[in-house]
Design a protein. Structure first.
Length: 277
């Protein structure tokens, strides 16, 4: 275990140095969510039936958080695909390091990248009027849950990145999967407003549950509900949540554990076989 952690920290440091030398990586990673916050918050906020859009901006933030960390997790896969294409992984194989160090270091460095992105997004949200309304501890729980979910997704992306032949293929393939996954969810609109079929899909979509859990812990769950706490209580009674949304934290943690149990050993085994070709 000590060898794994030491070797993984070396790989993580290598990836972080790359970000330092190519600051465009972090710049464009953070510009996209900031753009989404401003566009969705101000352009579409007036269509949400919430007056000046302030309620919609509070509702929106958890969805933007969820979408951004999932897209941020794809950096792991594209980085692995790029290293495979350039032969970097083959050079790693010649070094006396733990077989899981490269993937562990890669996913950990991308987790730190997501931390930076969440901080920048939080500051942007606070600047446009979004507020954390349920206290610091619950907010930290929301952030921890989102980062854990992103870390699990990183291992899925690492596996896909090792299977594809080029980074371009990876980017196109993951976009076609993640884009509908993050939109057929309660990220940008309440799922109860969707048609029946989409509402059911959204109700069991793990992106919906991580968003719902974050929105609840940040105190923004009923930001679109008029009438204050009384309106929120009435709305809670009228909405028919799926079991997954009723137990959003448990359901999300189950997904996190399941993804890690499947894709950590699968990715490591694929890594060992892929570089041997």
């Amino acid at each position: 275990m000590s060898t794994l952690l030491a070797d993984a920290s070396t790989i993580a440091r290598r990836n972080l140095i790359k970000i330092k030398r190519v600051p465009d990586l972090i710049v464009f990673t953070t510009l996209q969510p900031i753009m989404f916050i401003l566009l969705f918050g101000y352009v579409f906020g007036s269509l949400a039936g919430s007056g000046n859009g302030q309620g919609y901006r509070e509702f929106l933030m958890a969805g933007i958080f969820a979408q951004t960390i999932i897209f941020g997790a794809t950096i792991t896969g594209s980085g692995m695909a790029e290293d495979m294409q350039k032969g970097v992984i083959d050079r790693f194989r010649t070094l006396p390091m733990h077989p899981g160090a490269v993937l562990t270091g890669r996913t950990f460095s991308d987790l730190l990248n997501n931390v930076i992105v969440l901080i920048i997004m939080t500051l942007t949200g606070l600047a446009i009027g979004w507020r954390i309304r349920d206290g610091l501890l619950r907010a930290l729980l929301a952030y921890a849950l989102m980062l854990a979910f992103a870390y699990a997704i990183s291992w899925v992306m690492a596996y896909i990145g090792l299977k594809v032949r080029a980074p371009e293929i990876f980017n196109n393939a993951t976009f076609m999967i993640i884009f509908p996954l993050t939109f057929v969810a309660n990220t940008f609109v309440p799922s109860e407003n969707m048609p029946a079929v989409l509402r059911t899909i959204a109700g069991w979509n793990p992106v919906s549950t991580i968003t719902h859990a974050a929105r609840d812990n940040l105190g923004n769950l009923f930001a679109l509900t008029p009438g204050g706490s009384a309106g929120a209580a009435g709305m809670r009674e009228r909405i028919e949540y799926t079991w997954a949304l009723q137990h959003a934290e448990i359901y999300t943690i189950a997904w996190i554990v399941g993804l890690l149990l499947v894709f950590v050993p699968l990715s490591i085994r694929t890594y060992q076989r892929s570089v041997a070709r």
